[in-house]
Design a protein around this ligand. Structure first.
Ligand code: MSP
Length: 577
């Protein structure tokens, strides 16, 4: 390969790439959305943290579909690099066979947990190799890659280069003194070799400019600030290849078979491969959103945007960052023996149960601790008792013998507040009416837990509404009582329809059961069908008078505690807070 001289940073080109990324939302008039998870390393089996990244992205994808967007959702596996090479060696398998086996485990896990990806990418695929080679060549021809030499610390476990300030001393399990990454705790080694360098240092001010002008580019804010902070420090050029003699398991540098492309450059390009780079990526690349864990922020919010700017491509719209799950207050690790197996736990708590817990308890800003007991209590309280109990109450033959969506009576629940409804009922109606707006705001900012908190609070209010009016005590021979009873049930079913519709991105199976039971057809479950309580607000209600759908059994069966005792049912208890 010919070596190119140092080009002066082509500021105009990069600035236009920046502008392009800024105006992409205006450019893409169609309602398109593209969301990705990180691609997962195949050196070990999937764990709970991996499922969490995937479930968040799935929730955002389903949310956009609900809103009527055309959405693509990519996930897959990151299969090159030294640590995969070493893991395959240790397993005594050839690398591709090893990667295929582990990659299939990820795919099986995601499919079984309703992670509805539209694209599954493996970096060992030919289409990806083509994309990486092309991407590399673009950077090379722009003079952004040069042959140099790297000397410094490297963590194979993180596949990351570290500055001396990021390295500390520690003892390994045998008591030997070793150097470790201060951030991840993984062992680092001193590395010195000839390789190719990317002119990362030229991009510092452009990256700062991008972040300052796009305050929502990295969310939540705390991670945006962290990236800004890193950019205040020195930003050295980045080594983007390894000598082939040390790393064979990877894509060779185009024109120089003695070098292998750095696994992070290789891996990041997967986001482009999926949407057809280099020929037909434009439509989707304009609306790219990445979901990532906090440990890989630097790669996504510094290296990746710099590579993209260098290649003249728009930057992602939003990088959504999430924090980590700990177990017993400690990082999950094989050596501590506290790794949570997502297969086992989603069987124990059901797929939707697992999804609900992760999204209800997971907070993007801070780490959360996972305990069996917490999962059990939350699911029993919110899914089995509160939501399931509410559905049961208004669809049970004892209260609803005709098994219909009964009529709403505006004399019983009049707008002038002179009927049988009380102040708290009007308050509930207003809260549920504004729920979709509240939920929209939280889903959009990946604060799914806040959306679920709001829905859960409404479910509690609706249970309170039923409890307050004790419809089972009304006299069925009195026509006024019957109209009031019907109104109570109508209003409760309307609330449940809204909850079921809004919960679809989080618990697709439960929502489906709920909406099916209410008789809501599949084409009536989208954002535009959320019109709540039309009969009260002066429009029609197409559900009034309809027969309920089939009864598919309990919405969510109560889970048994570890000791095997069934917890008490809700009747005697206040719904969970
Ligand atoms: N292969 C890279 C990503 C390349 S993307 C171009 C990688 N893979 S990973 O398998 O180590 O991690 C994948 C995702 O799982 C990351 O988002 C990471 O943050 C997430 N998690 C790993 N452990 C986690 C927890 N304990 N809790 C939550 N998420 C965690 O990094």
């Amino acid at each position: 390969m010919m070596q190119r001289g140092v080009l002066s940073a082509d500021q105009r080109l990069w600035s236009s790439a920046l502008k392009c990324s800024r105006s992409s939302s205006q450019l893409c008039k169609e309602k398109c959305f593209y969301i990705t998870t990180p691609i997962f390393y195949v050196n070990a089996a999937p764990h709970l943290g991996h499922l969490y990244s995937a479930v968040i992205a799935d929730c955002l994808h389903r949310w956009k579909l609900l809103q009527g967007f055309e959405s693509r959702f990519a996930t897959g596996t990151d299969e090159h690099g030294l640590k995969i090479q070493q893991a395959a060696d240790a397993a005594g398998k050839d690398p591709l066979t090893f990667c295929t086996e582990v990659s299939q485990r990820f795919e099986t896990l995601f499919s079984s947990c309703s992670v509805s990806f539209t694209d599954y990418i493996r970096t060992t695929e030919q289409r990806h190799r083509r994309a990486v080679e092309h991407f590399w060549s673009v950077l090379w021809h722009k003079g952004l890659i040069y042959k140099g030499s790297y000397e410094g610390w490297y963590s194979t476990q993180d596949e990351s280069f570290l500055m001396p300030s990021q390295v500390g001393d520690a003892l390994d399990p045998s008591g030997k003194e070793v150097k470790v990454s201060l951030e991840s705790g993984h062992k680092v080694e001193w590395m010195k070799e000839e390789n190719y360098m990317f002119r990362l240092s030229s991009f510092r001010s452009l990256l700062l400019d991008w972040l300052v002008k796009n305050p929502g580019a990295v969310q939540p804010e705390r991670f945006h600030q962290a990236v800004l902070q890193w950019l205040q420090e020195d930003l050295p050029d980045l080594s983007v290849s390894r000598q082939r003699s040390r790393l064979q398991w990877g894509i060779p540098v185009p024109g120089d078979p003695e070098q292998t492309i750095y696994v992070w450059l290789d891996a990041l390009v997967n986001y482009l491969t999926v949407v057809g780079y280099p020929e037909k990526h434009e439509r989707w690349w304009h609306v790219a959103h990445h979901v990532i864990g906090k440990d890989i922020l630097k790669f996504h919010a510094i290296y990746w945007p710099a590579f993209l700017l260098g290649a003249g491509l728009p930057l992602p719209q939003v990088i959504h960052v999430h924090s980590h799950w700990t177990v017993g207050g400690r990082k999950m690790s094989k050596s501590l023996g506290n790794v949570v197996d997502p297969f086992e736990h989603s069987q124990m708590f059901t797929n939707d149960g697992m999804r609900y817990f992760l999204l209800r308890q997971g907070v993007p800003d801070t780490d959360c601790d996972y305990t069996h007991d917490k999962v059990l209590k939350l699911l029993n309280a919110e899914l089995a008792d509160s939501l399931g109990g509410l559905l049961n109450r208004c669809t049970a033959p004892a209260l609803n013998p005709a098994q219909v969506y009964p009529a709403f009576c505006s004399h019983s629940f009049p707008r002038d507040r002179r009927g049988r409804a009380v102040e708290e009922d009007y308050h509930m109606v207003e809260t549920v009416r504004s729920l979709s707006t509240v939920v929209e705001k939280h889903y959009e900012s990946m604060h799914v837990y806040k959306a679920l908190e709001a829905i859960s609070a409404c479910v509690r209010q609706t249970n309170g509404f039923i409890q307050r009016h004790t419809p089972w005590k009304l006299d069925r021979r009195d026509s006024k009582d019957v109209r009031w009873l019907d109104t109570i049930i109508h209003l409760t079913l309307e609330c449940l329809r809204v909850y079921g519709t809004l919960l679809q991105p989080v618990v697709p199976e439960i929502s489906d059961r709920l909406l099916t039971r209410l008789g809501v057809q599949s084409q009536e479950r989208s954002w535009k069908d959320l019109d709540f309580l039309g009969r009260y607000f002066g429009t029609d209600c197409s559900f009034e008078g309809r027969p309920l759908g089939s009864n598919c059994g309990l919405l969510f069966s109560r889970l048994e505690t570890q000791s095997g005792d069934k917890q008490k049912t809700m009747k005697s208890k206040k719904p969970a807070q």
